[in-house]
Design a protein around this ligand. Structure first.
Ligand code: HEM
Length: 286
């Protein structure tokens, strides 16, 4: 058991579990990033509900949402860290793991603060249906992210996370990675979106996506309809082009937007202590 509040020890243990030779492309990193994002991406600014506080995916109502299919792998990877550091809340662990994974995969440093708490029952979970649908276009993407309080530039920056990982037929129905090296963070997703020709393809399960056959890889790279909406939309497209051309700018903007994402719905006092945590176990860790 580790000392309460020793986040350095937690971070070290998260780093150690990223290498998973038997899993996907050999890294737990991408699915940990998706766990962090889905834990926070339920936020609704108008009703001030959802968000990363609470770790609601431990309950069937949220964890069993088809939009969260596959994220049990991420939660299982992290379970030994929780067992070793029982003072840490799941809500903090999930958000921190995403941030550590991004950094370890060559991504930007993202500021992170602890203090999230875990719901003790499922009475405050956000309703299903708050996460984006990859089959849809720019209007839907705006509807989802404006609800959280993001603007067009932040939407495009956050979407750059699709430089990581892959889509799975048995999870979302889509198939394949976005880039040739999906365990390394970069701005390649934007570069490929701009540079390559993307052809529509209907998979044998009826799901429609866009593909580009990569000869070196002998594999098809993919884009979701919601990804290509970014280059088709006249407000989003300039940001796609900027991030494709300027990796530093993308890293800076991604870091700011992801830090904002994992703080959605969390109110802190001047010392950083979370002040709106109720119906929860854990509390602030000093
Ligand atoms: C994977 C949709 C935004 C990070 C996926 C998958 C879908 C999807 C369908 C594949 C799931 C699977 O089959 O395993 C979307 C849509 C978005 C969006 C429609 C917005 C319009 C984001 C954001 C982030 C993110 C904002 C993080 C900042 C990831 C990562 C994966 C992923 C890292 C790979 C997971 C893995 O390899 O297991 N996304 N996503 N996505 N998404 Fe998104």
């Amino acid at each position: 058991m580790s000392n309460s509040g020793n986040y350095e020890a937690v971070a070290a243990d998260i780093k150690k579990l990223l290498h998973q030779p038997e899993y996907d492309d050999g890294s737990a990193g991408p699915v940990l990033v998706r766990l962090a994002w889905h834990s926070a991406g339920t936020y609704d600014a108008e009703t001030d509900t959802g968000g990363s506080n609470g770790a609601g995916m431990r309950y069937e109502a949220e964890g069993g949402d088809p939009a969260n299919a596959g994220l049990q792998h991420a939660r299982t990877f992290l379970e030994p860290v929780k067992e070793k550091h029982p003072w840490l809340t799941y809500a903090d662990l999930w958000t921190l793991a995403g941030i550590i994974a991004i950094k370890e995969m060559d991504g930007p440093t993202i500021p992170w603060k602890p203090g999230r708490t875990d719901y003790v029952d499922d009475s405050k979970l956000p309703p299903r249906g708050r996460l984006p649908d990859g089959a849809q276009g720019a209007d839907h993407v705006r509807f989802i992210f404006y609800r959280m309080g993001f603007n067009d530039q932040e939407i495009v920056a956050l979407s750059g996370a699709h430089n990581l990982g892959r889509t799975h037929k048995d999870r979302s129905g889509f198939h394949g990675p976005w880039v040739p090296n999906p365990t390394r963070f970069s701005n390649q997703y934007f570069r490929l979106m701009v540079e390559l020709e993307w052809k529509p393809k209907t998979l044998d399960n009826g799901v429609k996506q866009f593909v580009h056959y990569d000869e070196d890889l002998d594999e098809e790279l993919m884009m979701l309809p919601s990804d290509l909406a970014l280059i088709q939309d006249k407000e989003f497209a300039p940001w796609v082009k900027k991030y494709a051309a300027d990796k530093e700018l993308f890293y800076r903007d991604f870091s700011a937007a992801f830090a904002k994402l994992v703080e959605l719905g969390i109110k802190r006092d001047e010392s950083g202590k979370i002040v709106n945590a109720d119906n929860v176990k854990g509390g602030y860790i000093s």
